[in-house]
Design a protein around this ligand. Structure first.
Ligand code: IPM
Ligand code: MG
Length: 371
């Protein structure tokens, strides 16, 4: 197959981690004689610097005409502490989500035995944690009417959901639960919010169409606690936009490093794949960021293309690096490997170039391709 992928490297460490994912995608494409074409586009602070616009029209156009989008990271500290900034990098991502109707953000959370010591939670609580968050991405308080009174002393953000917006993501979450452990947890605040009561009603109605899925409901404050106390209880978590934003960052620390987690945002057309970590400005350009979040996002992209064997190979390669101590500085601050070295190793593994007995010394010298 031939596929067109838009690459948005974005801000901070976005470019350096995305480049590793591309190496891996190229190795994966070769396995089955597939061809991936890449078109590089701008978004975020990078786009503001170069064009004055966080999401140039050409980027939207290219994304609409693509099969998938691989995205790095967004954000720059110069905007974070300036509430008066009229143009912000994040506006680019929000507009892209809306323009492409990327209504479902899928964030899998699982733990790796090799990293258990890094998790802030006790080992016995995190063994075999494996759940996935379905976060609604184009509605709710993020996209409701925003107002600031003329005197600057009163502000509001509306939270609005329609039945249709809830149904389309709920169907995806139910179907995913059917492929997994048949459990779906709706997280809301139905004891306070009208929108949450609509979510509950719609999900209860849809549940009759999925009799093999056990549905339960949690208020978001309780869910935040349960994710820490007993994350193993979850299979598929379904929730609205802002609750999903907060809970997915919380859940990300379970695995031991935020740098590991991938995500997919899907909708009506092209899907977007991105690591859940941010732009990590302090690490920019140092070749120390963890590329696994981006590489595992590329694995989700391969799955999206139906290239499941290739996706499995990429995940296997990522596991292999973790098990053998080929890890970046966030995981081992003393004996760490560079971002680019991990990318090369994983690409080599996927391409079948890694022999059983790897000479670590050579890899430390960044000679992974000639071991
Ligand atoms: C995320 C991010 C974004 C969000 C920001 C960058 C707008 O935190 O993808 O989780 O809030 O959705
Ligand atoms: Mg977030």
């Amino acid at each position: 197959m031939e596929k067109n992928i838009v690459v948005i490297e974005g801000d901070g460490i976005g470019p350096e981690v995305t480049r590793q994912a591309i190496k891996v995608l190229n190795a994966a494409a070769q396995l089955g004689g597939n061809e991936f074409n890449y078109k590089y586009c701008l978004m975020g602070a990078d786009a503001i610097d170069k064009t004055g616009n966080p999401l140039p029209d050409e980027t939207i156009e290219a994304c609409l005409n693509s099969d998938a989008i691989l995205f790095g990271a967004i954000g720059h500290p110069k905007y974070d502490n300036d509430p008066t900034a009229k143009v912000r990098p994040e506006q680019g991502l929000l507009k892209l989500r809306k323009s492409l109707q990327l209504f479902a953000n899928i964030r899998p959370v699982s733990t790796y035995p090799a990293l258990q010591h890094l998790s802030p939670l006790k080992s016995k609580n995190i063994e075999n944690v494996d759940f996935v968050i379905f976060r609604e991405l184009t509605g709710g308080i993020y996209f409701g009417k925003k107002e600031l009174d003329a005197d600057g002393n009163r502000a509001s953000d509306d939270c609005v959901y329609s039945r249709e917006e809830i149904e389309r993501i709920a169907h995806l979450a139910f179907k995913q639960a059917q492929q997994r452990r048949h459990k779906l947890t709706l997280v809301d605040k139905a004891n306070v919010l009208e929108t949450s009561r609509l979510w509950r009603k719609v999900v209860q109605e849809l549940a009759t169409g999925y009799p093999d899925v056990k549905v339960d409901f949690l208020f978001v404050d309780n869910a935040a606690m349960q994710i820490i106390l007993n994350p193993k209880q979850f299979d598929v978590i379904l929730t609205e936009n802002m609750f999903g934003d907060i809970l997915s960052d919380e859940a990300s620390v379970i695995s031991g490093s935020l740098g590991l987690l991938p995500s997919a945002s899907i909708g009506k057309g092209a899907a977007l794949f991105e690591p859940i970590h941010g732009s990590y400005p302090q690490a920019t350009g140092k070749d120390i960021a963890n590329p696994l979040g981006s590489i595992l996002s590329a694995a989700m992209l391969l799955d999206h293309f139906g290239l499941h064997a290739e996706a499995t190979k990429v995940r296997e390669a990522a596991d292999w690096t973790l098990q053998n101590g080929f890890v970046t500085k966030d995981i081992d601050p003393i004996n760490f490997y560079f971002t680019s070295t991990i990318g090369e190793l994983i690409a080599d593994y996927v391409g079948g170039k890694i022999p059983g007995d790897v000479h670590k010394d050579n890899i430390e010298l960044r000679k992974s391709t000639i071991i």
